[in-house]
Design a protein around this ligand. Structure first.
Ligand code: TTP
Ligand code: MG
Length: 407
C-alpha cells in the first residue's frame, strides 16, 4: 500500500496564546485561562510559563492559584477562540480537501491525494506551518507521519513550536523511547499495570505477545498491540460525517443499583449501535458519561484504532468505562449516557481481526425486525441483565431523552 502523508497541526497553549496576542502585556507572564482564582471551576489551559509551576488544563482554579499566585488569571472568551479556529481551518483548506477538524485547535491533513501538486512535501508542510502562524499570530506545532497516530505523536514531540517528520523506515526508532502514556490507548490504570511489569517505553511493549496484551487489557490490549507498533488505518475524515452520536437518559429518580445501571447502559449501547448501523458508521471513540445526584458530571473515553459498530463490542467497552467511573461511590446517578465519536464510514481492514460478516448480517436482520415491530420487539440480552429492563422502564415511566446528532 502506498505510504500516506498525514500532517497533524495543533496550536500551542491555544486559549492562552490568543490572550497574549490580544494583550501583549501578558507576554512572559504565567497566564491561566478559565476563570478567576476565587471562582469555582477549572483551568481550560495555561501558557508554558504557568506550566512550569505545575498548572495544567483541568486543574481547579483554586489549586492553580496556590501553585502560581503570581499568575494572570483570565476568564476567556470562547467566541474569540472560535474565530481563531475558523481562521486556521480556512488556511488549511487551501492545501487539501482531505482535512479533519479534530478539535478547536487541532487538525489532520491528508496530503496523499494532493502530493503531485507539491514538488516537495517537507517544503509544503513548513509553508503550511508558517502561513498559519503568520495569519493567526500564534505559534503552532506540526507532526508528519504515515498515519494519524504517528503524526499526532510527532506533534507532541515537536511541542512547543516545532516540526517533527517521522521519515519512512524511522517509525520504530521514533516510537521506541517514547513513554507509554503518550499512546492514546493507555489510561492511568493500564499505566500502573505496565509499570509493574517494568514496561515504561513503547519499545518495551514490543516484547509482550498480543495474547498477553489481550488477556491483560481485553479489547484494549488489541488496540495497544497496534498502537505500540504505530499501526493506524483511520482515515482523515471529511466534514459530512456527524462528529458524534450520543444516547443518554435522565432517570426520573436517581439510581444507584449498578446492575440496573449497567442494564440501562446496555440498552443505550443497543440504540447507539442501531444509529451507527443506519448511518453506516464506525466509531473510533466511545465515551461514557455519568451525572451524580449532586450534578457532578464525569466522562471517560477510549480511543479505538479499530473502529467499532457492533453493539456487543461497544457495550463491552462502555461497561468497562462505566465501572471505572462508578465504582464504590455512594452517590446515586441521575444520568447515564454513551457517545460514539471520531466516526468513519468504512471499516478499515484489520490485519489481526477477521471481519465478521455474520455479525453484520445479524445486525441487519435485527434492524429489519425492529423496523417492522418496534425497537422493543427484540431485546439484546447480556449476561442476564436486560431481561427485566424494559418492563422496569415502562413501570417507572423512564423517558429516553436524546437522540442527538451533533455536527
Ligand atoms: P489542547 O490543544 O489540548 O491544549 P493547548 O492548546 O492549551 O496546549 P498544547 O496544545 O500546547 O499542549 O487544547 C486546546 C484548547 O482547548 C486549550 O487552549 C483550552 C481548551 N481546553 C479546554 O477547554 N479544556 C481542556 O480540558 C483542554 C485539554 C483544553
Ligand atoms: Mg493545542
Amino acid at each position: 500500500m502506498k505510504r500516506r502523508c498525514i500532517v497533524h497541526i495543533d496550536i500551542d497553549a491555544f486559549f492562552a496564546a490568543v490572550e497574549e496576542l490580544l494583550n501583549p502585556s501578558l507576554k512572559g507572564k504565567p497566564v491561566i485561562v478559565g476563570g478567576l482564582p476565587h471562582e469555582r471551576g477549572v483551568a481550560s489551559t495555561a501558557n508554558y510559563e504557568a506550566r512550569k509551576y505545575g498548572v495544567h488544563s483541568g486543574m481547579p482554579l483554586a489549586k492553580a492559584y496556590r501553585l502560581c499566585p503570581q499568575g494572570v488569571f483570565v476568564r476567556g472568551n470562547y467566541q474569540v477562540y472560535s474565530a481563531f479556529s475558523k481562521k486556521m481551518f480556512s488556511v488549511l483548506a487551501q492545501y487539501t480537501p482531505d482535512l479533519e477538524e479534530a478539535s478547536l485547535d487541532e487538525a489532520y491533513l491528508d496530503l496523499t491525494r494532493c502530493r503531485t501538486l507539491y514538488s516537495s512535501l517537507p517544503h509544503t508542510v513548513q509553508e503550511i506551518k508558517n502561513r498559519v502562524e503568520k495569519q493567526l499570530g500564534i505559534r503552532v506545532s506540526v507532526g508528519v507521519g504515515p498515519n494519524k497516530l504517528l503524526a499526532k505523536l510527532a506533534t507532541n514531540k515537536a511541542k512547543p513550536g516545532g516540526l517533527v517528520d517521522v521519515q519512512p523506515g524511522r517509525e520504530e526508532e521514533f516510537l521506541k523511547d517514547l513513554s507509554i502514556e503518550t499512546l492514546p490507548g493507555i489510561g492511568p490504570k493500564a499505566q500502573v499495570i505496565l509499570r509493574m511489569l517494568n514496561i515504561h517505553k513503547i519499545g518495551d511493549l514490543w516484547g509482550l505477545p498480543r495474547t498477553t496484551l489481550r488477556s491483560l487489557f481485553g479489547l484494549n490490549g488489541e488496540e495497544l498491540f497496534l498502537q505500540s507498533r504505530g499501526i493506524d488505518s483511520r482515515p482523515v475524515s471529511m466534514a459530512s460525517i456527524p462528529k458524534s452520536i450520543s444516547r443518554e437518559t435522565t432517570f426520573p429518580e436517581d439510581l444507584w443499583d449498578r446492575r440496573l445501571l449497567l442494564a440501562h447502559m446496555a440498552y443505550l449501547c443497543d440504540r447507539l449501535a442501531l444509529s451507527l448501523r443506519k448511518g453506516r458508521l464506525f466509531a473510533h471513540i466511545i465515551e461514557v458519561k455519568v451525572r451524580y445526584s449532586d450534578f457532578k458530571t464525569e466522562v471517560r473515553r477510549r480511543l479505538l484504532i479499530m473502529p467499532r459498530q457492533d453493539m456487543g463490542e461497544i457495550f463491552k467497552i462502555a461497561q468497562e468505562l462505566f465501572l471505572q467511573l462508578y465504582s464504590g461511590s455512594r452517590l446515586s446517578l441521575r444520568l447515564v449516557g454513551v457517545k460514539a465519536s471520531d466516526l468513519v464510514r468504512t471499516r478499515p481492514l484489520s490485519l489481526f481481526e477477521p471481519y465478521s460478516e455474520r455479525r453484520e448480517r445479524l445486525g441487519a436482520a435485527v434492524d429489519q425486525v425492529r423496523e417492522k415491530y418496534g425497537f422493543g420487539s427484540l431485546l439484546t440480552v447480556r449476561e442476564g441483565m436486560l431481561e427485566n429492563l424494559y418492563g422496569f422502564e415502562k413501570q417507572r415511566g423512564f423517558v429516553l431523552k436524546t437522540a442527538s446528532l451533533t455536527k
